[in-house]
Design a protein around this ligand. Structure first.
Ligand SMILES: Nc1ncnc2c1ncn2[C@@H]1O[C@H](COP(=O)(O)OP(=O)(O)OP(=O)(O)O)[C@@H](O)[C@H]1O
Ligand SMILES: [Mg+2]
Length: 496
């Protein structure tokens, strides 16, 4: 019997200490995967005006907080629930009159639970917000460290200290309200127990009850009080985990891009912007843009900084979807196409190069997952990324987070190599060669022009030399098209 009991107890122990956390880890794994997919397929407008660090924190700190709270609530919560129900049954059966006194304390429990529960909810949310602020700031610090070192350390430290102080204060309040709550329910329990002892004593004096009866009642009551304290502790955790769940849900509910619509099979004739306007958070970014680009044209886009050049091209690959007017690809509005199929036909090089912590090869393969080594080497050569061949492991070299081991121009050349792997119909270069020296830029542009000689190319550049070969120029000013012309120096042709 004893052996059997030991085995049963061990099974219970394994369940409690392993299976329950295991189930939680599974939930967390699924959550992480879901959040990753949601972000990957998110409608870009979700991110406008939001801070990435805040989103990052929800995807990390909040999932962790959820797990910790669930561990605290624990399997005990369920066993105690049964104990409480069983003990209430025992007490009512033993002496319902005595038990009635205990019930008088219930409103006290309820009031304390409500009051402190709300406080815990509030501060649990604040703790998560603080954790978010902290993550965000550390993130910014790491990415900006080289520059930050040139500025006042005291200032940046004092900003950090106030974030850290707020974090600490919120955690302290959290702990404080936990203690207040627990001690308040303990006081309520003792008041009830006092009442029972008093009433029980009176009944013993009157001969209605034996001392033994009262003590066995009190022992059962003690178990009940003990269990219900653990239960209430769990309940208050459930209240506190609520805002955490809300914050995670916010990520899970982020609007997703629809992947329905007509398949875009490639540009046949033209791209046409008809009365296109774009607003983001009530700010006018583009206004009444009318442009016709024929297939195969090489279009230079110029204008002062902030005039809307990047926004103009971003519309084409579906960064901004809430534009007014029409963007027609061969007479069909962009909104009617499956945006994924449009993106498959567009290659973009910008100033910010997306590079992840992996080998050069894998970083290029995101443009073409089944690219052969030969294709990759060819693409690198066309992009004049010769530096890769000088590395010890060439294309198998790992390049660190955000390409930290590469120079700006090297990163840009990898981005350029990617477009040679893709088979695009439209190529967008948004300051995409700005980090290259003039000679390299010239070489790379020649390669692009000859490789994609029959494709449509849109180039944004401040260096006008980059645009030499273009046959159409769109000049932007304050979000409007100021002028469309077919030569760089149309206005003063005498000087050209
Ligand atoms: N995601 C965004 N949210 C809010 N405002 C934006 C966003 N993207 C661009 N803007 C605003 O739109 C305007 C045009 O920006 P855009 O990037 O198109 O300019 P640009 O002509 O490419 O400038 P630059 O030459 O400096 O690259 C700017 O005032 C910018 O602040
Ligand atoms: Mg720009």
């Amino acid at each position: 019997m004893l052996l059997l009991l030991v085995i049963i107890k061990q099974i219970g122990f394994i369940f409690k200490e392993y299976m329950y956390p295991l189930a939680l880890y599974k939930v967390m794994k699924n959550l992480r995967e879901n959040i990753f997919k949601k972000i990957l397929n998110a409608d870009m407008s979700f991110f406008f005006g939001k801070q990435y660090g805040e989103i990052l924190s929800r995807a990390t700190n909040d999932i962790e907080a959820f797990k910790s709270a669930m561990i605290l609530i624990g399997v005990d919560f369920f066993t105690q629930l049964f104990t409480v129900i069983a003990m209430v049954g025992v007490l009512i059966y033993r002496d319902w009159k005595l038990f009635l006194i205990f019930l008088f304390a219930t409103p006290l429990f309820a009031i304390s639970f409500n009051y402190f529960g709300e406080k815990r909810k509030k501060y649990s949310q604040r703790v998560q917000e603080s954790a978010g602020e902290y993550t965000q700031f550390i993130n910014q610090l790491l990415y900006g460290l080289e520059t930050i070192k040139l500025f006042s350390k005291e200032k940046i430290l004092s900003v950090f200290e106030s974030i850290n102080e707020r974090f600490f204060k919120n955690q302290r309040k959290n702990a404080l309200y936990d203690v207040f709550f627990l001690s308040s329910i303990e006081i309520a329990s003792y008041l009830a127990a006092g009442g029972i002892i008093f009433y029980g004593g009176v009944r013993i004096i009157n001969g209605e009850l034996t001392t033994g009866d009262l003590f066995s009642f009190l022992s059962a009551l003690l178990i009940l009080v003990n269990s219900s304290q653990i239960l209430q502790r769990g309940l208050i955790q459930i209240k506190a985990v609520n805002p955490v769940i809300e914050r995670i849900k916010f990520l899970l509910d982020m609007p997703q891009e629809k992947e329905d619509g007509i398949e875009f099979k490639g540009l046949k004739e033209k791209i046409e912007y008809k009365n296109v306007s774009l607003k983001i958070n009530e700010n006018k970014i583009l206004e009444d843009v009318n442009v016709l680009i024929r297939k195969g044209q090489k279009v230079g886009i110029i204008g002062q900084t902030g005039s809307g050049k990047s926004s103009f091209v971003k519309l084409l690959y579906g960064v901004f979807r809430n534009y007014e007017g029409k963007i027609l690809l061969d007479d069909v509005d962009l909104k009617e196409y499956n945006i994924k199929t449009v993106r498959d036909k567009i290659a973009v090089i910008t100033q910010d190069v997306f590079i992840f912590n992996d080998t050069i090869e894998n970083n290029l393969k995101i443009a073409k997952p089944d690219a052969t080594e030969e294709e990759i080497i060819n693409a690198l050569k066309k992009a004049k990324a010769d530096f890769v061949f000088r590395l010890k492991d060439t294309v198998k070299t790992a390049i660190g987070e955000r390409g930290s081991s590469l120079s700006g121009g090297e990163r840009q050349r990898l981005a350029i190599a990617r477009i040679f792997l893709k088979n695009p119909d439209i190529i967008i270069i948004d300051e995409g060669t700005s980090a290259l020296d003039e000679e390299t830029e010239k070489y790379v542009m020649e390669e692009i022009y000859s490789h994609f000689h029959d494709k449509t190319i849109l180039i944004i550049a401040h260096r006008l030399k980059t645009l030499e070969k273009c046959d159409m120029f769109i000049v932007f000013e304050n979000g409007k098209v100021k002028e469309i012309r077919d030569s760089l120096n149309a206005k003063d042709s005498t000087r050209s």
